[in-house]
Design a protein around this ligand. Structure first.
Ligand SMILES: CC(C)(COP(=O)(O)OP(=O)(O)OC[C@H]1O[C@@H](n2cnc3c(N)ncnc32)[C@H](O)[C@@H]1OP(=O)(O)O)[C@@H](O)C(=O)NCCC(=O)NCCS
Length: 222
């Protein structure tokens, strides 16, 4: 069982909800750490449009960590990922479509992977768990210092406050840093699958039983 999370008020004070104006910087951080991910391969412009669309959706919960006047890390979560993506497609396709088209012209092979996305929800397991931590990334100098742990806590507290009992995360099977962090939170590995040509793992945390999670709202409902 994980131990209660020791909160550093200074670190906590540097975390705020993600906003529209953060999209460009968050896209840069996403590309830097997850450049091989499908969304990143559609290019910077697509990622900027994606994050602008996400912050505008009621199904999205995002936080950023700000130090020295600049966003140095972020977490992107959802209350229901399939509904979130449907919401984006319905309301923001006029922005996301052209940006994706530019990316696809540059990397046509990504189109096949996009088609695979439709099958993601059937393959990743834990289908009954709707709440998800989608992406999290910090600048290299801030990794392994439990700063990222704080932003995870903020997301999980928010989900619990909104009544969610579980949260899921999928990772590459070889992402040691992410797996170390998930294990420190007592996430349970519930599925292994192949996706985008990679071995992936699905993890679930019981928010109701974790000594690290408290029901605290810190994010405005859109
Ligand atoms: C994945 C990522 C967010 C993890 O963040 P992190 O800074 O390593 O995480 P933290 O320092 O908050 O937590 C690491 C946990 O592992 C523990 N740990 C054990 N051995 C460790 C070691 N050798 N080094 C670092 N942490 C270690 C820490 O103590 C901590 O547990 P605790 O909260 O119980 O103290 C970060 O590595 C990153 O930004 N990676 C690039 C992007 C990425 O891969 N994102 C995930 C895909 S969505």
């Amino acid at each position: 069982m994980s131990t209660p999370f020791q909160v550093d008020p200074e670190v906590m004070g540097r975390i705020r909800p993600m906003q529209f104006r953060d999209a460009d910087r968050v896209a840069v951080l996403h590309e830097a750490a997850m450049g091989r991910s499908l969304w990143a391969r559609l290019g910077h412009r697509f990622l900027v449009e994606l994050y602008k669309a996400l912050v505008d959706s009621p199904f999205f919960i995002g936080f950023v960590y700000v130090e020295d006047g600049e966003v140095q890390g972020f977490i992107a979560g959802s209350v229901d990922t399939s509904t979130l993506y449907r919401d984006l497609a319905r309301r923001r396709m006029m922005f996301l479509g052209p940006a994706a088209a530019v990316g696809l012209l540059r990397q046509p092979a990504v189109a096949l992977r996009l088609l695979e996305t439709a099958r993601y929800f059937g393959r990743s397991g834990a289908e009954t768990v709707t709440a998800e931590s989608l992406f999290c990334s910090f600048t290299e100098g801030l990794r392994g210092k439990r700063v990222s742990g704080h932003i995870n806590k903020v997301l999980f507290d928010e989900l619990r406050a909104r009544g969610h009992e579980q949260v899921k995360v999928t990772t590459d099977a070889d992402n040691e840093a992410a797996i170390r962090q998930l294990k420190s939170w007592d996430f349970a590995e519930v599925a292994r699958f192949r996706f985008y040509g990679k071995d992936m793992l699905t993890w679930v945390l019981d928010l109701t039983r974790s000594p690290r999670v408290e029901a605290v709202f810190r994010h405005p409902a859109v």
